[in-house]
Design a protein. Structure first.
Length: 306
């Protein structure tokens, strides 16, 4: 290739490359503008608001990191953070366990499998607010279906979402009912993609069903399980609509998660600056937990021995 001398025109190939690059940037510009307008600017503006005392009405003043220092000593926020982690842990672990069991069951051939799997997936298709309204009636201490079922087996009625000690497990019950089918679909897809050769060799060697599951099925399907864990973890962390419709953070503050606390600070108490600090801290919490989950998923991916 000939190098261009100073003062001479650029080679045609280089000119064409510059032209293609310019056209690429022209096509990417609208997406870049939308990304900055929809994602980057709101985050930067939220960070800016978190550094101010920002009442809904009145004069705004710069306070620096005061909102963050106040947040670190806010017992109600710390309690909401604990509720969020507690709710997230249960809302991830239980659907994953039941989803794996359901995937193992529906992976086998049996009569009406297609119909039963369709019925099993129906809760996942409903909107969260509609589900929350239905479960509000189900949890009713006097008229609810759950206490009626308990009475049939001779057990005393429970307060469910109306007692501080049972409100979060009761809300997790709704999550389990709605999102176990999602985990089942992910794991079922993993089971359907597994090779048959290891199982044939295990049968020849006389391995039991449990040994085949423990040493063949589980290691091969674990990456799919981790995908389900990541999706459920991110979704459970930002849960708001179901909790707000059923309990609104009650009784008292027993089910108040960070999202509920954030909503109240911004739209009930009108502390916009303080609520923005909550958003920033919550974003950091979500980012850290998401990185941990993605790292765990990366560690479970299939690798080829070299």
């Amino acid at each position: 290739m000939e190098a261009s001398l100073p003062g001479t025109a650029a080679p045609p190939a280089r000119t064409a490359a510059y032209g293609r690059r310019g056209r690429y940037l022209l096509f990417a510009a609208p997406a870049l503008v939308v990304t900055v307008a929809v994602i980057l600017f709101p985050w930067l503006f939220t960070l800016y608001m978190s550094l101010h005392d920002w009442p809904l009405v009145g004069e705004r003043s710069f306070v620096g990191l005061e909102n963050y220092w106040k947040l670190a000593g806010d017992s109600r926020f710390l309690e909401a953070a604990w509720h969020t982690l507690y709710f997230t842990a249960l809302a991830v672990i239980l659907p994953v366990i039941f989803g794996i069991l359901a995937a193992v069951v529906f992976h086998r051939e049996f009569p009406l499998r297609g119909f039963l799997s369709t019925v099993f997936m129906m809760p996942m298709m409903a909107t969260p607010v509609a589900i929350a309204l239905v479960w509000t009636m189900v949890f009713h201490p006097q008229l609810g279906v759950l206490n009626y079922l308990l009475s049939l087996v001779g057990l005393p009625p429970q307060l469910w979402v109306f007692a501080p000690g049972t409100v979060i497990p009761s809300l997790v019950l709704v999550e389990v009912w709605q999102w176990t089918p999602l985990v089942m679909l992910i794991v079922l897809g993993g089971l359907a993609s597994l090779p048959t050769e290891p199982y044939e060799a295990a049968v020849i060697d006389g391995a039991s069903a449990w040994q085949m599951f423990r040493h063949i099925t589980w290691p091969l399907v674990l990456p799919f399980v981790m995908v389900a864990v990541v999706l459920r973890g991110i979704d459970a962390l930002k849960a708001f609509d179901t909790i707000f419709v059923i309990t609104q953070g009650g009784p008292g503050t027993a089910s108040e998660t960070i999202n509920i606390y954030l909503y109240l600070q911004a739209f009930a108490f009108y502390n916009i600056g303080y609520a923005s600090a909550v958003v920033v801290v919550f974003f950091v919490i979500i980012a850290v937990l998401s990185l941990v989950l993605l790292w765990a998923r990366q560690r479970t991916q299939w690798t080829t021995a070299t």
